[in-house]
Design a protein around this ligand. Sequence first.
Ligand code: PRP
Ligand code: HPA
Length: 178
Amino acid sequence: MNNDIKEVLYSEEQIDHRLDELAGVLTAKYQDKNPLVVSVLTGAMIFTSDMLKRLNFKLNVDLVDVSSYDGADSTGQVKLVSDLKSDVNGRDVIIMEDIIDTGRTLKYLVQLFKDRGAKSVVTCAMLDKPDRREVEIEGDYVGFTTPNEFLVGYGLDYNNLYRNLPYVGILKRAVYAN
Ligand SMILES: O=P(O)(O)OC[C@H]1O[C@H](OP(=O)(O)OP(=O)(O)O)[C@H](O)[C@@H]1O
Ligand code: HPA
């Protein structure tokens, strides 16, 4: 385990198992549809690619890059860094997120895609940290409900580090508190 990690919260095996379950539910729901799967960069990259291999229905993929954190702190401002290539008008959209924390990122994206005329927008998040919620939004499909700790690994970062850890871990407070 990386020295900066206090505890492994979800192991590779636990994540694999939960992704099988989540993908099964989505596959049943979207069997006769052709949704656009939108991955929210950068954090959701690993979750999305691991889920995509398990989703057994016709789909398209696109990427959106939004950012709102400075280190471990939410700036409160969601910035659209890079937009989709696709038109979401009339489409069923599945947003893939790594984590719902304050909820601002997901709320912003759901509203953006609805404003652009999406037929439906659902959210699929690997992690949900409900104790930190600041705006009203719920994940439609959630992998794990987490404690109120700063998490890294499996795509999640602190200052763009630790994304490559194969598990989700709790970052030692000493690393980010000063
Ligand atoms: O619910 P919220 O408080 O909005 O937090 C969740 C968002 O924060 C992180 O992204 P970040 O802005 O750090 O960008 P990144 O994905 O590039 O790391 C994470 O990947 C989510 O997208
Ligand atoms: O716990 C977290 N870890 C990494 N990035 C995040 N963005 C929101 N919450 C988190």
